[in-house]
Design a binder for this molecule. Structure first.
Ligand code: TYD
Ligand code: MG
Length: 424
């Protein structure tokens, strides 16, 4: 428990002029002509819903060292090069360090200003002087306001600074990106309090031992959420990955037991990835269960279904299940793939290499319908798969362009899917 002093209240709301507001009839409100500007990255734009909206405030959160500063410096550079003036404020590095990083990713332009500052009032003065159209604050945990007694990074400072930035963004029509560190429990520090204030929340994630990074939208007032952008961290900065499925399947050793390819819909884009399972007899006592890149509880549930409905004796087996390559997948449509991959490892029988699995699994072992099967089928076909096993209900309603080179098999239960994929 930490004591927190109450900060003086602010009289003004967001984007208000300070005068009392009157209600409008809905049809009388002017439609705002929004002209988004590009971040210079196709993937970043996609997650934002098609580019940056002037006056919007968005948050990019992530673990330390994942590449947030790299991403934003690159973006700042690209935006500046497109003719929008940019102010990049760093509270963590000296201008020399920023310059060094810029050398590395080859970022130079004369419309990009760098300011090393942590005092928000002084930043506001610099914003007034430079009058940028895009502002980057790296990171919110280093920023502070004088009148707030607590230390930088405390919930109160974070809240106050975010509020000031929000007000400035709306008043000046200044698109602002705030970088935030994620605390151990995975939420942006300052217990999620910023998430309510900003227009969009994006998480930058990935396994530090892998090269690729994912920018995931979890909230977006100007676009769809759950959209992902995939990047490759190279020696000279981040590069867009336009075909993530290819990347995730690159190291697959097709035809081995305990491997299955699933098709998940990430936002509006279908992504194929390999799920792997290793089922081995438990050496002592309680079986070990591990899931990485997947929801642990979901894996336990699927194992229970396999045990009860299909009679697979998994009680005395250790189970390790993961998504290859370090990707994290949460859509229930991958259930069938996960279940069959566990069964495949348990029986030591491989699923045919050209097969993709799609479907949500219910508690009675039924395979439930998923959304947008057509897109998943097309992605699977594009990547050269010959067969897709999908929920029967979806398959019945599926309308595909005439000449598809992929066989679509409808199944209504896990048993049936097992027969089709593993032969029995
Ligand atoms: P950084 O952007 O500093 O992370 P954050 O701001 O999220 O803390 O990224 C640091 C890591 O990225 C560091 O381990 C080195 C690596 N990196 C590259 O691989 N290539 C590059 O071009 C750059 C600039 C960094
Ligand atoms: Mg950083």
């Amino acid at each position: 428990m930490a004591e927190e002093a109450v900060a003086p209240a602010h009289g003004r709301g967001i984007g208000m002029t300070g005068e009392a507001a009157a209600p409008f009839l809905m049809q009388d409100i002017d439609m705002l002509e929004v002209t988004r500007f590009t971040t210079g990255s196709h993937e970043f734009d996609r997650v934002l819903g098609g580019g940056v909206i002037p006056g919007s405030l968005f948050l990019v959160g992530g673990d330390p060292g994942i590449g947030k500063s790299t991403l934003l410096l690159q973006t700042a550079h690209a935006v500046a090069q497109a003719g929008v003036s940019v102010l990049y404020v760093t509270g963590e590095e000296s201008p020399q360090q920023v310059r060094l990083r810029a050398e590395r990713i080859g970022s130079f332009t004369d419309r990009l200003y760098v300011l090393a500052e942590t005092d928000l009032e002084r930043i506001e003065r610099q914003v007034a002087a430079v009058a940028p159209h895009f502002l980057v604050i790296d990171s919110i945990q280093t920023m502070s306001r004088d009148h707030v007694p607590s230390a930088p990074g405390s919930p109160q400072q974070v809240r106050e600074c975010t509020l000031s930035l929000l007000r400035m963004a709306k008043e000046r029509q200044l698109a602002t990106c705030i970088v935030g560190h994620v605390t151990k429990d995975g939420t942006i520090a300052g217990p999620r309090l910023m998430e309510h204030m900003v227009d969009a929340v994006l998480y930058f994630e990935g396994d530090r031992h892998h090269r690729f990074r994912i920018l995931r939208g979890v909230k977006n007032r100007f676009g769809s959420t759950h959209e992902i952008g995939v990047f490759d961290m190279q020696a000279s900065g981040l590069v867009d990955v336009l075909s993530p499925s290819e990347l995730f399947l690159a190291e697959r050793t097709a035809g081995s037991a305990g491997s299955a390819v699933v098709a998940s819909l990430e936002g509006t884009r279908p992504v194929l990835a390999e799920v792997q399972a290793l089922i081995t007899p438990t050496a002592f006592g309680t079986p070990r269960r591990m899931a990485s890149g997947l929801d642990y509880n979901r894996v336990s549930l699927l194992m229970a279904v396999l045990e009860k409905r299909l009679g697979l004796y998994l009680q005395s087996q250790d189970a390790y299940v993961n998504v290859a390559g370090g990707m994290r997948m949460e859509e229930p449509a991958i259930d069938l793939g996960v279940a069959l991959c566990i069964a495949s490892s348990f029986r030591d029988t491989a699923i045919a290499p050209g097969v993709v699995l799609v479907g949500e699994v219910g508690l009675t072992g039924e395979v439930r319908a998923v959304t947008r099967l057509d897109q998943r089928v097309q992605e699977a076909e594009k990547l050269g798969f010959s067969r897709i096993i999908a929920p029967a209900l979806n398959v019945k309603r599926l309308v595909l362009p005439a000449a598809v080179g992929i066989e679509v098999v409808g199944v209504s239960s896990v048993q049936e899917a097992l027969r089709v994929a593993l032969g029995g």
